[in-house]
Write a protein that binds this ligand. Structure first.
Ligand code: ZN
Length: 517
């Protein structure tokens, strides 16, 4: 089947028509040239805008689907209205997600007493928006104590009186939630996939092995089967998150490294090396301005990273490490330097997030050939807390995404969904304007760091394909490339605000229509 698509605008391209055959662009040109070719069908796109399918280079498929299945604790007018809604939500244990204190008038974190108002009969656990902190009610803590005994995590990672648990200590209470089976995992992935396709996202870098308590092979088998049976409609590049070294060795010994199952492929080693700015668990070189008693939590320091990196390196796996605090970013760079001293093979390593890298660190990232998988959309949520957490001066050297691109660092734009929505247009809006659509009265955050729109689109399509070693077949509307594209309405390249009104009408994956509004 040979289909010609005509009458469209492709932003920042001189082309306006193409032919798709067997899932691939075979001609990309102008209307007259395309209509000269013999084709089976001509499709008129009615002057709408066509983008290459977006590639969300760091998110969590299983996490997104799971979050869509549990109580939504985001966007409530007050803690009281959250409590009322939660009471009516039928789930036991009740798990919620997305709470963000800056969106609540009282601006305070939820606590155990609030959750006890939801129920004293069943366990209630609610995630903060960052996913690095949960709050639990008395019943949940009681169940955790019964199951796990006395809590032994480091004292600054939990507060039993307030019902708060950060980072690894979250496991203490999360362990009471039943382990999902294969069919549940699959239902999560299908849910997430549907949302992504409706947003025009056709490829993802996804971290799924450490999201639920299901063994990593359960998740792996679901994705592998979905790829083999054609139920998977996304390119999925798995970011292999196995923090336990024995689990990682098990993965490697079973021959899973760099496995390619079609659309589902195994990618880099992923580790969570620190926490988040919101939860004050991002590991900083100096203490937090609004809580001098802590400088965050280092989950993987240089020595621990090296142990994992050496193993990954033996199997030619790159790494993509979650690093937010400048202390952790330093540790990742030190560990990379060590690996380079052992083995000079070309690699495509990256730091995921990297938003608190200062100017000096950005220069060192470039020297070490470390990419950055960033999330400009975090600014939309974080802008009220950045200066509070870091102080005025330090805050000026944060979220320097334009500088990263300018310095020649391979930089992608992604959402870390379910942390943020997978809508690429909201993300692009923040990337180019540095304005928060969640707090529209606030000034742009370090306006000079706004990325040119054409570059921002590249960072959302072409650059991610570099990290998956598919830069010759994915991420462009170009002859020989996978025919992943979307048809959108409401976009005006001369008006940045139009990004917030841009809507996806159709999504095509390898030439097949997979979403229609
Ligand atoms: Zn993540």
């Amino acid at each position: 089947m040979k289909q010609a698509y005509i009458n469209m605008h492709i932003p920042f391209s001189k082309h306006n028509a193409f032919i798709v055959e067997d899932g691939v662009f075979t001609h990309v040109s102008n209307k007259a040239t395309i209509l000269n070719q013999e084709v089976d069908e001509i499709i008129d796109l009615k002057d709408y805008t066509v983008f290459p399918g977006f590639h969300d280079s760091h998110m969590h498929l299983v996490g997104l689907g799971m979050m869509q299945s549990i109580f939504d604790a985001s966007n409530h007018q007050s803690i009281d209205s959250l409590i009322e809604k939660a009471k009516a939500f039928d789930m036991n244990p009740l798990v919620g997600r997305g709470f963000h204190e800056s969106l609540i008038p009282d601006n305070r974190m939820l606590n155990k007493a609030d959750l006890d108002k939801i129920s004293t009969e069943k366990p209630v656990i609610i995630y903060r928006v960052c996913g690095h902190m949960v709050v639990a009610n008395s019943k949940a803590i009681e169940a955790a104590q019964k199951q796990n005994g006395t809590i032994t995590y480091s004292k600054d990672s939990y507060d039993l009186k307030e019902g708060l648990f950060k980072e690894e200590a979250m496991q203490y209470v999360l362990s009471i939630i039943p382990i999902p089976d294969e069919s549940t995992i699959k239902s999560y992935i299908l849910k997430a996939q549907k949302t992504l396709l409706s947003h025009g996202v056709t490829s993802v870098g996804s971290d799924d092995f450490h999201v639920t308590k299901a063994p990593y092979e359960t998740v792996l088998n679901v994705l592998k089967t979905m790829s083999e049976t054609d139920e998977l409609k996304l390119n999925v590049y798995e970011q292999v998150n196995l923090p336990n070294l024995d689990d990682f060795k098990d993965f490697l010994s079973k021959g899973y490294a760099l496995k390619n199952y079609g659309l589902y492929k195994h990618g880099p080693l992923k580790l969570l090396a620190d926490g988040s700015l919101g939860a004050r668990s991002a590991y900083m070189k100096t203490p937090y301005a609004d809580d001098p008693s802590t400088q965050g939590i280092s989950i993987f320091d240089k020595e621990k990273l090296i142990k994992h990196f050496e193993k990954a390196s033996e199997y030619d796996m790159d790494f993509a490490i979650h690093g937010i605090g400048d202390g952790t970013i330093e540790a990742i760079m030190d560990a990379k330097e060590h690996i380079l001293s052992l083995d000079a093979k070309p690699r495509r390593d990256s730091i995921i997030h990297a938003q608190l890298a200062d100017l000096e660190q950005i220069k060192r990232m470039k020297t070490l050939n470390l990419g950055a998988q960033t999330q400009p959309i975090f600014i939309a949520s974080d802008v009220p807390i950045i200066e509070k957490r870091l102080g005025k001066e330090r805050a000026q050297e944060t979220y320097l995404f334009n500088t990263m691109i300018f310095e020649g660092i391979k930089t992608t734009i992604s959402t870390d969904a379910p942390i943020e929505s997978t809508n690429p247009f909201e993300n692009l809006y923040v990337a180019v304007t540095r304005k928060s659509f969640k707090h529209p009265h606030l000034d742009p955050f370090i306006k000079e760091e706004g990325i040119r729109l054409s570059k921002a689109i590249k960072a959302y399509t072409e650059t991610p394909a570099y990290f998956t070693y598919q830069e010759d077949s994915l991420g462009k509307i170009k002859k020989g490339y996978q025919a992943d594209f979307i048809v959108a309405k409401g976009f005006n390249p001369k008006d940045k605000a139009s990004l917030l009104k841009t809507e996806v009408l159709k999504t095509y994956k390898q030439g097949a229509l997979v979403y229609e509004r």
